[in-house]
Ligand binder design. Structure first.
Ligand code: NOJ
Length: 525
């Protein structure tokens, strides 16, 4: 396979609980993923990222790990993971697994030991235990899921959990914590995984003395303000160590940062040549539907990664954020914009992650009944925030009724009108969103790895060239825009033949994108 494969790879995110149910208990599992790997390979993906499938009490859907080397019975057993890695490789798909180093589960043997140990004892040193302040928690840090980031234990001390109380933060000043995670990395690399996605990569190191954040609503400020528990410079030392481990293995194994940081320049620090290979571009996922916002985000991102010799990693959706069909307005308009956004994203230089179901044009499910909500945010926010379940509803594969071939049942109910969105319903339809993704991913293979040149155009339009013979145009506006014809049409995001073109000009429909080939039009800026 090509060298530095990650620089332009298309990577499919599997949220294991919601992808496909192989053992019939209503929850997705590794056997289900194995059965459906063909879908990912046929789409034209280069790799697959699997969210955590390790032994876990599921306080946060598996991001609370009790044993990093064991598969939770809900998802299968270790042999299923090994077979899945082998099957994926057989189909030409690389495999990235999730590593959760910021916190363990509260049922991890280390934390169980810490709880039964005395304050100040070595077992407590692996976590962040402190005395309280004025009868309350040690500082003003807030959990990302709501409420204080501290929980008091029976002897009066408090422990830190930036997420759920079932996810105590580890102390990354502790040598044993370093050694244990190095061993966990090797465990999975020895099993042939091609990469690791690092959960909360920006959170491992906390500011000395654990100073107050001095603000409230900290969870909502992730990319706006400096916080004493996120994006501290000390985290980079850890990734330099991990990079040495990755580099010991043959076949270009990669590290991917999940880092919510303030700006593109801070994110690029994770991508320095001796650190990680990819970092999700959440600034892109946060851009609102406007030519100007997307242009600024793309320019800032490309400039920042160029400074460290890395590539950008574009993301529109994942299991933590509202699906972009809904973010971009919902309904027909949202889908129309989402299809245009897909062509924009897949035309950019760099790698692209596709979250399961976005290739089907799935919207967020906003009306899940309260009794099925499982995201800890729902409880922690005192039932004021419904949380992330709406983007985790199981995938509709086939048939005309829920659970649409996901399994005999599904742990979150699917909307009935997803009958029109199943893989089966879309597969043979050349105008479907599934076909659009498949066509785009195939054409994308011929794009140059690097380089983007903006073309002069209307304020509502982004137009750029990649090399001499590929142009992408995106009309963000609500009116048609006439442009000099960029070449021969390769692919259009609109489902009907709305795009009008003659020899010299083309009319781009509202909320649409198109790919063109040929050397016509030389309006380079
Ligand atoms: C990021 C994961 O993507 C999210 O699902 C999880 O809740 C937090 N990290 C905590 O592990």
């Amino acid at each position: 396979m090509a060298q530095q494969w990650w620089r332009n790879a298309a990577i499919y995110q599997v949220y294991v609980r919601s992808f496909a149910d192989g053992n019939g208990d209503g929850v997705g599992d590794l056997a289900g993923v194995r059965d459906r790997l063909g879908h990912i390979a046929e789409l034209g993906m280069d790799a697959v990222w699997l969210t955590p499938f390790y032994a876990s009490p599921m306080a946060d859907g598996g991001y609370d790990v009790a044993d990093y080397r064991a598969v939770d019975p809900l998802f299968g057993q270790l042999s299923d993971a090994e077979a899945l890695i082998a099957d994926a490789h057989g189909l030409g798909l690389r495999v990235i697994v999730d590593i959760v180093p910021n916190h363990t589960s509260s049922q991890h043997p280390w934390f169980v030991e810490a709880l039964s140990a005395e304050p100040g004892s070595p077992a407590r040193e692996r976590y962040v235990f402190r005395e309280g302040r004025d009868g309350g928690p040690p500082n003003d840090w807030e959990s990302m899921f709501g409420g204080p980031a501290w929980t008091q234990v029976a002897d009066g001390q408090w422990y830190l959990h930036l997420f759920d109380p079932g996810q105590p933060d580890l102390n990354w000043q502790h040598a044993e914590v370093h050694a244990e995670f190095e061993s966990i990395l090797r465990f999975w690399l020895d099993r042939g995984v091609d990469g690791i996605r690092i959960d909360v990569a920006h959170g491992l190191v906390k500011a000395d003395g654990l100073p107050d954040a001095q603000c409230t609503d900290q969870g909502g400020l992730l990319t706006a303000v400096e916080l004493p528990y996120f994006d501290q410079d000390g985290v980079h030392e850890i990734y330099r160590e991990w990079r040495k481990i990755l580099d010991c293995y043959p076949g270009e194994r990669i590290g991917v940062a999940e880092a919510w940081v303030r700006g593109a320049d801070r994110l690029a620090l994770y991508l320095r040549p001796d650190e990680l290979h990819q970092a999700f571009n959440f600034h892109y996922a946060q851009a609102e539907w406007s030519a100007q916002q997307f242009r600024t985000t793309i320019d800032d991102s490309l400039a920042a990664v160029a400074g460290v010799g890395a590539a950008s990693t574009w993301v529109l959706s994942n299991h933590d954020i509202e699906r972009h069909v809904t973010r971009f307005g919902g309904g027909e308009l949202g889908l129309r914009r989402a299809r245009a956004a897909a062509l924009l994203t897949l035309a950019l230089p760099g790698s692209a992650y596709v979250y399961q179901g976005e290739e089907l044009g799935l919207p967020e499910v906003t009306d899940l009944p309260e009794e099925v909500l499982a995201d800890p945010k729902w409880e922690r926010s005192g039932h004021t925030e419904r949380g992330r379940d709406g983007c985790r509803v199981p995938i509709p594969w086939s048939g005309s009724e829920p659970p649409f071939g996901f399994g005999p049942s599904s742990w979150l109910p699917q909307p009935r009108d997803w009958a029109a969105l199943t893989v089966e319903a879309q597969r043979g339809d050349p105008t479907s969103t599934l076909s659009l993704y498949r066509d785009a991913l195939l054409l994308r293979r011929d794009l140059p790895v690097e380089g983007l040149e903006w073309l002069e155009s209307d304020p509502d339009v982004l137009a750029f060239r990649r090399g001499p013979s590929f142009t992408c145009t995106v009309n963000f506006g609500s009116s048609p825009v006439r442009l000099p014809r960029p070449g021969r049409l390769l692919l259009s995001s609109t489902q009907e033949p709305e795009l009008e073109a003659n020899e010299q000009t083309v009319t781009l429909p509202p909320s649409s994108a198109a790919w063109w080939t040929g050397e016509e039009d030389a309006h380079a800026r």
